[in-house]
Design a protein around this ligand. Structure first.
Ligand SMILES: [Zn+2]
Length: 318
């Protein structure tokens, strides 16, 4: 597939701008006679090949309710990725997007040619050429800047985008899961960079399929990297955290708590207790505990209570 930079992969820029992220509902209601079906096939895009289709809820295969219009790209067999069409293309935000202060200016040694070279490759749609240069640039940033310094976060986002564009979905999801909450906190939810991360994450998840397919892909990567890099390696931590998140979204809440607690413990050992990534993994664990308390079975709630106790997280609110 060609690299359609500028849009949310695999959609082109124009199709991305006229639509919004959407995850197809699970087709698990077939027994009840309820389902959904796309009708029509028009406005085929010459750039990305997507077409506009209309989704209806069906009952015994008969369309009964209009659900919306979507841009759809088939990804083989009966699977597809889709984006919901907007009535009007998203407006450019009117507020200023001044980045928060960075320590970058205090480190003249970071201003080298690598990042500019990476940007040149990226602009020329050569994601595979850009990726190792972004990674080099990021390693230099992380040596002297905080992991959640605005400058570091921008390079982290580029690495995630380049991984997505080169089709390494598992590694891309690991990065997007980690940096989306960090970008959200540092830049705000409405900032362009945060929105790029949210779109990128959704795009990567769409390419993989549902949370179960994501769990399989991520656990394979964890297993493979753990052998060579060790459990406390930042990449292994990222992938395992994303695996914990996917496990939570697959509603396996007790298992999610266990995976995320292991991630947090390894991150405290490997990166340190107050490292920004450790903070993010701690918030993931807390979120999984809350989900287990709220929707879990008794066993899930017990695992949550034990993890809260061991990790001195706030106990369950009554
Ligand atoms: Zn298109």
């Amino acid at each position: 597939m060609t690299d359609v930079r500028g849009g949310v992969y695999p959609f082109c820029r124009a199709c991305t701008a006229s639509s919004t992220a959407w995850r197809a509902p699970d087709a698990a209601t077939r027994l009840s006679g309820m389902g959904s079906r796309f009708y029509g096939h028009r406005d085929v895009c010459p750039d990305c090949g997507s077409s506009v289709r209309t989704l209806y809820s069906t009952f015994l295969l008969i369309p009964v309710a209009f659900r919306g219009r979507f841009r759809i790209i088939r990804t083989g067999g009966r699977s597809f990725v889709g984006r919901r069409l907007l009535d009007r293309p998203a407006a450019v935000p009117a507020y200023s997007e001044e980045p928060p202060p960075s320590e970058f200016k205090d480190h003249p040694e970071l201003v080298d040619a690598t990042y500019e070279q990476a940007e040149a490759h990226w602009a020329a749609r050569d994601s595979a050429g850009a990726l190792p240069l972004y990674e080099t640039s990021l390693a230099a940033c992380e040596k002297v800047l905080r992991a959640d310094d605005p400058a570091t976060l921008q390079v982290r986002l580029r690495v995630a985008q380049a991984l997505l564009a080169t089709g390494d979905y598992a590694s891309a999801i690991g990065w997007f899961e980690l940096i989306t909450p960090q970008l959200n906190r540092v830049f705000g939810a409405d900032h362009k960079l945060t929105r790029i991360a949210v779109e990128g994450e959704t795009g990567a998840q769409l390419m993989v399929g549902g949370p179960r397919a994501e769990m399989k892909l991520l656990s394979e990567l964890v297993e493979q990297d753990e052998q060579t890099l060790g459990r406390q390696n930042p990449k292994v931590l990222r992938t395992r955290a994303a695996l914990g998140r996917a496990t939570m979204f697959a509603d396996q809440l007790g298992a999610a708590v266990q995976v995320l607690e292991m991630t947090l413990a390894d991150s405290i050992e490997g990166l340190g207790n107050s490292h920004p990534d450790t903070e993010t993994y701690r918030s993931f664990l807390l979120e999984a505990c809350e989900a287990a308390d709220l929707r879990g079975k008794r066993k899930d709630r017990e695992l949550s209570a034990a993890a809260r106790h061991r990790r001195t997280l706030a106990p369950k609110a009554d």
